[in-house]
Design a protein around this ligand. Structure first.
Ligand code: SF4
Length: 268
């Protein structure tokens, strides 16, 4: 487990609790590698690929078969149990734990560890939400997240369709907290949520992370009107919002680093 400060961009794993104290944040990768091949087209026309892939290709000793390969690291399974102080732990910063290529037995082993290490709060993030409901109900200390579909080969219409499908799967998830990582905010997502609300009445997530797009050191802010309409919609539904560090503090003077209020029941 990585007990350094969480990598830049994963600040949201340092969870602030109701009493104002902040948990230390770690990343944990009992699996590695990913086949989703996400890429994004930047507003300047350049294409950027997944940050984890870039890192894996730099540190090849941990990824000898490249990033598009499944690595199972059973020796890492016990790591959270060795950390006695409660922490926020992002599971799979270099993987998609729920990717279609990951054997179910391995996912269940990882979930078992999360349940056993009940003093921690684990956060997972997937781009394959169709698989999530089969692991219901998730342990109470696990927050289950889905990221906005990636958008290089997709039009905004395709992105909206994919997002709607993601929401349908999220609706079936039974977890203490379900969350959406809307990063980068590369198309106007508020109308998709509005349409969903008209039909379903409530959003299938209790926390949202919003971020800008970046390609190396270049950062591209989402259109202000997209962010504003999304914030308004989430505010009206009492969904707390966490801004990633690449959002522009000059524009967003009302900076948001909110966390969900934890209730005892599971959302579904
Ligand atoms: S799902 Fe995540 S880890 Fe996998 S390629 Fe996409 S951004 Fe990278």
């Amino acid at each position: 487990m990585n007990r350094q400060k969480p990598p830049k961009g994963i600040e949201w794993t340092r969870i602030r609790q109701a009493d104002g104290t902040e948990l230390p944040g770690y990343t944990w990768n009992p699996t590695g590698g990913c086949f989703h091949g996400c890429t994004w087209r930047m507003p300047d026309g350049s294409i950027t690929e997944c940050y984890a892939k870039t890192i894996a290709e730099r540190f090849t000793s941990g990824y000898p078969h490249g990033f598009e390969h499944h690595y199972w690291r059973p020796h890492a399974l016990d790591a959270p149990k060795k950390v006695k102080q409660a922490a926020g732990i992002f599971v799979g910063s270099m993987a998609d734990l729920f990717g279609h290529w990951v054997p179910e037995e391995q996912i269940r082993q990882v979930l078992d560890v999360m349940e056993q290490a009940h003093w921690h709060t684990f956060q997972t993030l997937s781009k394959f939400p169709i698989r999530l409901p089969q692991f219901n109900p998730f342990p109470k200390n696990v927050w289950v997240g889905v990221s906005l579909p990636a958008g290089h080969l997709m039009s905004a219409t395709g992105g909206a369709r994919a997002l709607n499908a993601y929401l349908r799967h999220m609706k079936e998830v039974k977890a203490t907290v379900r969350f959406m990582s809307i990063e980068p905010l590369w198309f106007d997502v508020a109308p998709v949520f509005e349409e969903w609300l008209k039909q379903e009445g409530e959003l299938p997530f209790e926390w949202a992370i919003i971020g800008a797009a970046s390609n190396g050191s270049r950062v591209f802010q989402p259109k202000t009107e997209w962010t504003l309409s999304l914030l308004e919609l989430l505010e009206n539904r009492d969904v707390p919002v966490f801004f990633k560090g690449n959002m522009d503090r000059g524009i967003w003077t009302n900076w948001r680093e909110e966390f969900p209020i934890i209730s005892n029941g599971l959302h579904h």
